[in-house]
Design a binder for this molecule. Structure first.
Ligand SMILES: NC(=O)C1=CN([C@@H]2O[C@H](COP(=O)(O)OP(=O)(O)OC[C@H]3O[C@@H](n4cnc5c(N)ncnc54)[C@H](OP(=O)(O)O)[C@@H]3O)[C@@H](O)[C@H]2O)[C@@H](O)CC1
Ligand SMILES: Nc1ncnc2c1ncn2[C@@H]1O[C@H](COP(=O)(O)OP(=O)(O)O)[C@@H](O)[C@H]1O
Ligand SMILES: [K+]
Length: 519
């Protein structure tokens, strides 16, 4: 599984690698520059067959150093290359200065103020090597003006960002400052060693275009790299569940695969829980029962077959039903009604069952006098941004403030704090879904780049996700893992179905997704 690094972790890794004597900063910079050229020629193979024109924008740090390497390598391929430097050569850090001097043997360097957008638009490739992981504040106005010109280019220039698009915060995927146009949008972003958090969180994917990762030889010093990770455990970019995790054993029976109880709302509001229940059944839970108030029994019964039904009108009745230990996971909240959810909340939490709290249960939790005190480690909270704000208003406010300094507060930071505070797993939804648990585990389930799933933005998709998590917990998966697998399957089902997707299609597409895992 890939790691998503912060700028501090990347810097620590590079420094540990250099301190080990295995590589020098100049080696790393050369490989970084070469990696960008290879990725650009890979993305646009036509550029490999002839020589073209490039404009390289270099900044005052090592990102600029990479730019000088790229300029040299393109020039050596016969390209016409123009280089602009923001800052003064005397202040460049040593490796960047060396590459500046190597470039000078081949061509000129103009000042950034001499640049006009027309020059960029008339070239074939524009390289943004202004700022990378070292961005600490909003970009200067003179750069923002160029960035705006590049946002809707007239010409055919392909825009390549070195490590990160300038203006984008490496840790949060947010644009530093209060001007949303103060960032260099790119068609291709080439990161080094692994992706950074900012490539997938926030606006990262929208601004990076497509991403490529260039190997700069840090894997060869893996142990050293790990030793350099003083900034806490890295965040995982969740890719795909292992086949053996989801397969059912040949000799098992339904009682080996758990029994999930999905609580429904009153008449006219039972659809959400029925969606969740169908998802739980499809993800392999042995038995799934809908717990329904008396007045909605006919409505629910008329719509189900493989699902079972039990009347649950009061919290006391729920407690009695849950005295059966075979009911080992609960889904509580979808379509339930906020006031009813408030009344049932103490009984749900007192049962100590593996429980997904979603939708109305989250709003009731936010309003509850006991707050998070009764949550336990087998709970999973699944807020979207609005529910997150109700539950953790201070964290949401921090996330909403325009970031003036970098690295900025990120959705990973907010979700990690939320999990600590709640004492349970928190899955914060979105195309950049973040899952964090109190033990420090944190992963991102990204529906961006080649995994984009815009058709998931449809009513009821969240109910299906809640059902998937509850179903996986009934099957015995621990909360964090259940949330990760559910989020992954959810996106895969949406991608597999494609345009026209509605929430009902998600459970029905799961068999195809599971078959794709060779189960
Ligand atoms: N380390 C390595 O071995 C390798 C690193 N590599 C490359 O190095 C990059 C990281 O390099 P870096 O740390 O020098 O940071 P970088 O992004 O160039 O910027 C720092 C400079 O910008 C300045 N500055 C910041 N924000 C500013 C603003 N808004 N407006 C104006 N100035 C601003 C800041 O000044 P200060 O904040 O100190 O005032 C400082 O001078 C990384 O992304 C990768 O591309 C690769 O070659 C692989 C090997
Ligand atoms: N543009 C998008 N790309 C990927 N996933 C999305 C997108 N929009 C929404 N989703 C996902 O769809 C689900 C929507 O859940 P939610 O907002 O609770 O909807 P509902 O309450 O209608 O079920 C979440 O899992 C969210 O991550
Ligand atoms: K850059």
């Amino acid at each position: 599984m890939a790691e998503l690094l912060t700028s501090a972790q990347m810097r620590a890794a590079e420094q540990a690698a250099m301190a080990s004597g295995a590589v020098t900063g100049l080696d790393l910079m050369e490989r970084a520059g070469q990696g960008v050229v290879n990725a650009a020629l890979g993305a646009w193979p036509e550029l490999a067959h002839s020589s073209y024109k490039a404009v390289v924008l270099c900044g005052p740090g090592n990102n600029g150093g990479d730019g000088f390497v790229i300029a040299r390598l393109l020039k050596q391929r016969g390209w016409d290359v123009e280089v602009f430097l923001y800052g003064t050569p005397e202040k460049l850090p040593p490796d960047a200065r060396t590459n500046y001097e190597r470039w000078q043997a081949l061509g000129d360097v103009a000042g950034f103020v001499d640049l006009c957008v027309g020059q960029i638009e008339s070239c074939d490739l524009v390289i943004d090597a202004l700022f990378g992981t070292g961005l600490t504040r909003p970009i200067p106005a003179v750069m923002a003006a160029v960035a705006q010109g590049l946002a809707h280019p007239n010409g055919a220039a392909r825009r390549v960002a070195v490590d990160l698009p300038t203006g984008l915060c490496s840790d949060s995927g947010r644009i530093l400052g209060d001007d949303p146009s103060a960032v260099f949008p790119s068609d291709l972003t080439v990161s080094f060693h692994s992706l950074k958090q900012g490539h997938v969180l926030g606006q990262g994917a929208e601004i990076c275009g497509q991403v490529a990762v260039a190997d700069i030889g840090l894997n060869a010093v893996g142990e050293t790299l790990r030793a350099g990770m003083q900034d806490g455990p890295a965040v995982t970019l969740y890719d795909e569940p292992h086949r053996s995790a989801l397969a059912k054993q040949g000799f098992g029976h339904k009682y080996n695969h758990g029994h999930a109880l999905i609580l429904t709302g009153p008449s006219g509001k039972t659809g959400a829980a029925r969606l969740a229940a169908r998802a739980a059944l499809r993800v392999g839970t042995g038995l799934v029962t809908l717990g329904t108030p008396h007045e909605a029994v006919t409505e629910v019964a008329a719509q189900i077959t493989a699902l079972m039904l039990i009347e649950i009108d009061t919290p006391d009745l729920l407690t009695r039903v849950l005295s059966d230990p075979r009911l080992n996971a609960l889904c509580f909240g979808p379509g339930f009604g906020v006031a009813r959810a408030g009344a049932f909340l103490p009984a749900v939490l007192a049962s100590r069952r593996a429980t997904v709290l979603d939708a109305d249960a989250l709003t009731a939790l936010a309003q509850s006098d006991s707050g998070f005190a009764n949550l336990h480690e087998n709970c999973v909270l699944t807020p979207h941004a609005g529910e997150f704000k109700r539950l953790f208003p201070d964290l949401a406010a921090r996330l909403a403030e325009p970031p003036l300094t970098g690295p900025a507060y990120s959705k990973v930071d907010a979700t990690r704090s939320a999990a600590q505070r709640a004492g349970c797993t928190v899955l914060f939804k979105g195309p950049d879904t973040v899952i964090a648990s109190p033990d420090g585990q944190c992963s991102v389930s990204a529906a961006v780049y080649e995994r984009a799933a815009p058709w998931l933005a449809t009513a009821g998709a969240g109910d299906v996700l809640a059902g998937l998590i509850a179903g996986l917990m009934a099957r015995g998966f621990p909360p964090h893992q259940a949330a990760e697998i559910a989020a992954w399957l959810h996106v895969e089902a949406a991608r597999s179905f494609g345009p026209g997707l509605i929430a009902e299609d998600l459970p029905e597409t799961l068999p195809k997704v599971l078959r794709g895992l060779s189960l």
